[in-house]
Design a protein around this ligand. Structure first.
Ligand code: NAG
Ligand code: NAG
Ligand code: NAG
Ligand code: NAG
Length: 724
């Protein structure tokens, strides 16, 4: 009896073993390569009975809609798993649990729409994750939190519109993220936070209209950035701030203007590709010591005197510049490099007009559908640009082609912009009216300009705005009203600018900012008020501009920090208060401002400019924990024991601040950080010793509290799981 029972047991074991090694009939199992292939079999679930030792599992072309939790627990030795084209819609939390050896996971070309927080739990060795060509619209921050070894993440060809803060957190060894061919339009400032190892980022073929300067600035280790095929028209000063960037691709965009200081904060830039854009002219790029290649082919570059500085700069710096002239006619198709600078002329307007490529009467006969263009102006049909700068015109010409996108009317003498000055120009995105002696903008002046994004009115004589002047220009994002005659902020006119991103009002004569000055401008990120006479900022002056990030109030007449007006600006991160007669900053100047949603300004401010003020005392700066730039130059500090708190704060801070003593006479001109006078102040040494030990204690506390937080998070997860 006993023996037969034993026999039974043995035979069951044997059969069990055989069963385990059997291969699902529909699949091919290669026992030498530890590989199983079940391609294009219409399987609706992952087959069981896969040999436990399998390392490579290829399931391409099946119909597995859901991958349930624990699916792969029986085959823990997998290193490669391919689930391409399986019509996968949902990956349950814990679907890949147990696959601690998997290095390659391909989920491309499925129907996945969401990535949940724990979709990829357990994949602690994964190196490559392919998610391209799905329908992913949203990624929860933390979704990749377990993938500490991932080096390549492919999210191309999905439907991402927005990237939230810290979305890639946890990818501690990631080298390359491909986000090409999505619909990205907005990137949160910290979207790329926590990715110090990322070397390459592909953001080409998206829908970015503006450069996401802040988000990109977090990528301190990235060498290569692909941004081509985004509808960006303009690249402003310091637009790309990436310390390690070497190769930048800005091809096939809608660039009409690139500032000569655009890349100044990316000092290692080596290769700049801007082919296929709409640049007529490019100025030399300042301070780019490492630049070796610049590609401007496929731009309507006019090789006139305006391109001479660029040519000379490229030659002098030995930069290989690939530029093919689009005009004037005699130089068409010529390489800029092959021209002699002295042949590149402008002065003679009559001649220039003859030479310009796109004079309609020259280039097309009426039968072909002549392009109309106002007298004295040039219109380029291929590039949708109209140009009448420096023409001594006394009124704004009419009759530009209705598809014109950029209109350059600088340096004329219009004095006024009457109602309906730009009839029918519905596709105009950029309008240049600088230096035109304009004093009045009549209501309805810009009424047809539904697509206008950039409006340049700098250097005119405007002192007031009619409330209805911007009615209709709802896309306007950049408004330049600097160097005009405003003595107060225009009331009402800004209410229509619901998409305004940057408002330039530098160098006017504005003396105060009243309550509700920015009402309507909910998307305003940058406000520039440098060089006015502002002495007062009312408490609710900025309260409508919740998105304000940069506020420049330097070179004004403020006697104190407008603390109360800075309340309720949750993302303010750059504040310039230099060159104001601020004498003393009250201790609570930057203290927590409301007990509500955020804990004060200090921790968020990254740049604080206070130089050239008249203050003697300074506030407690200890709340400014995120400072990267602080400037205390040219403040006449009185270096007695009352300044000890500042000195101690400076000792802790690892930044150059430039604080210098003005008095007493014996330390005049010496750095606050260097003088020894403080050592005789009461409490100097004992406090110092105490502080060091308390700092250590603090560090310990925060480390252990971090641990606690993590533990808490795990617990939370665990409890969610158990609920499920
Ligand atoms: C899978 O389904 C398709 C369509 O129903 C069919 O044409 C094909 O022959 C099936 N393939 C297999 C291997 O059953
Ligand atoms: C990113 O992925 C897309 C789609 O798979 C691919 O075409 C592209 O080449 C990848 N990007 C780069 C820079 O290789
Ligand atoms: C510039 O770009 C064009 C278009 O892609 C390409 O044909 C050309 O080789 C590039 N020039 C250089 C110097 O890379
Ligand atoms: C304006 O642009 C749109 C979209 O690019 C285009 O379809 C339309 O034809 C353009 N209008 C004119 C008048 O060119």
């Amino acid at each position: 009896m006993r023996a037969s029972a034993n026999l039974l047991l043995i035979s069951t074991l044997l059969i069990g073993k055989l069963v385990a090694e059997r291969c699902p009939q529909i699949c091919i199992c290669d026992r030498i390569k530890y590989q199983v292939m079940c391609l294009n079999k219409n399987l609706t679930e992952v087959p069981v009975n896969i040999p436990q030792v399998t390392q490579r599992f290829d399931l391409r072309g099946n119909k597995i809609k859901v991958i349930p939790a624990g699916t792969f627990l029986p085959i823990p030795y997998l290193t490669h798993l391919n689930l391409q084209r399986c019509k996968v819609e949902r990956i349950e939390e814990g679907a890949f649990r147990g696959l601690g050896r998997l290095v390659y996971l391909n989920l491309a070309s499925n129907n996945i729409a969401f990535i949940y927080q724990e979709s990829f739990d357990g994949l602690s060795s994964l190196r490559q994750l392919m998610l391209e060509n799905n329908r992913i619209e949203e990624i929860m921050p933390g979704a990749f939190g377990q993938l500490g070894f991932l080096s390549f993440l492919n999210l191309a060809r999905n439907s991402l519109v927005y990237l939230p803060d810290m979305v890639f957190q946890g990818l501690q060894l990631i080298k390359w993220i491909n986000l090409s061919h999505n619909s990205l339009n907005v990137l949160a400032n910290e979207a790329f936070g926590g990715l110090p190892t990322l070397r390459r980022l592909s953001l080409d073929y998206n829908e970015l209209q503006f450069l996401p300067t802040d988000a990109l600035s977090r990528l301190s280790g990235t060498n290569r950035l692909d941004l081509g095929h985004n509808p960006i028209a303009y690249i402003g000063e310091e637009a790309i701030e990436m310390a390690s960037l070497k190769q930048l691709f800005l091809d096939n965009m809608a660039l009409q203007d690139v500032s000569h200081r655009a890349f100044i904060k990316s000092p290692l830039l080596h290769t700049l590709d801007m082919h296929n854009n709409q640049l007529h002219v490019q100025q030399p790029l300042t301070e780019m010591a490492h630049l070796k290649k610049i590609n401007l082919t496929g731009n309507p570059v006019l090789c006139t005197c305006y391109m001479r500085p660029f040519k000379e700069w490229a030659a002098k710096k030995r930069i290989h510049a690939d530029v093919v002239c689009a005009g004037p006619v005699i130089f068409r198709e010529e390489q800029l490099e092959s021209l002699r600078p002295t042949d590149m002329k402008c002065k003679d307007h009559a001649l220039e007009e003859k030479l310009l490529p796109s004079m309609p009467t020259v280039t097309r006969s009426p039968e072909e559908g002549a392009v109309k263009c106002p007298d004295g102006c040039t219109c380029s049909p291929d590039y949708q640009h109209g140009n009448c700068d420096h023409r001594n015109l006394l009124s704004i010409p009419k009759g530009f082609p209705s598809n014109t996108q950029l209109l350059d009317l600088r340096h004329n003498e219009f004095h006024s912009v009457p109602k309906d000055s730009f009839p029918g120009l519905r596709n105009l995105t950029s309008l240049h009216l600088q230096n035109c002696r304009i004093a009045t903008l009549q209501p309805g002046a810009f009424q047809d300009l539904k697509s206008l994004v950039y409006l340049y009115l700098s250097n005119n004589d405007i002192s007031s705005l009619d409330a209805a002047v911007f009615k209709g220009t709802t896309q306007l994002a950049y408004l330049y009203l600097d160097h005009n005659g405003f003595t107060q902020l225009p009331q009402g006119a800004f209410g229509f600018l619901t998409n305004l991103f940057a408002l330039h009002l530098e160098h006017n004569s504005i003396s105060r900012i009243p309550d509700n000055a920015l009402s309507g401008m909910e998307k305003l990120h940058w406000l520039f008020l440098t060089g006015n006479h502002i002495a007062q900022v009312s408490p609710r002056a900025l309260s409508h501009a919740k998105m304000l990030e940069k506020l420049h109030l330097d070179d004004n007449s403020l006697q104190e920090v407008p603390t109360r007006s800075l309340r309720g600006l949750p993302i303010l991160s750059e504040l310039k208060l230099s060159k104001n007669p601020i004498k003393y900053i009250k201790d609570d100047a930057f203290l927590p401002i409301s007990s509500g949603a955020f804990t004060g300004l200090g921790p968020r401010i990254k740049s604080l400019y206070l130089e050239k003020n008249k203050m003697h005392g300074v506030p407690d700066f200890s709340g400014f924990t995120a400072l990267e730039v602080i400037n205390l130059n040219d403040i006449p500090f009185h270096c007695d024991c009352q300044l000890l708190p500042l000195r101690k704060w400076l000792d802790k801070l690892n930044l150059r601040v430039g604080a210098t003593c003005a008095s007493p006479a014996e330390v005049h001109g010496q750095k606050v950080k260097r003088i020894t006078a403080f050592q005789s102040c009461p409490g100097w040494s004992t406090k110092k010793a105490k502080r060091t030990s308390s700092t250590k204690a603090k560090a310990k506390v925060s480390r252990s509290s971090n641990k606690r937080q993590r533990a808490g998070k795990r617990q939370m997860r665990a409890s969610t799981k158990s609920k499920v």
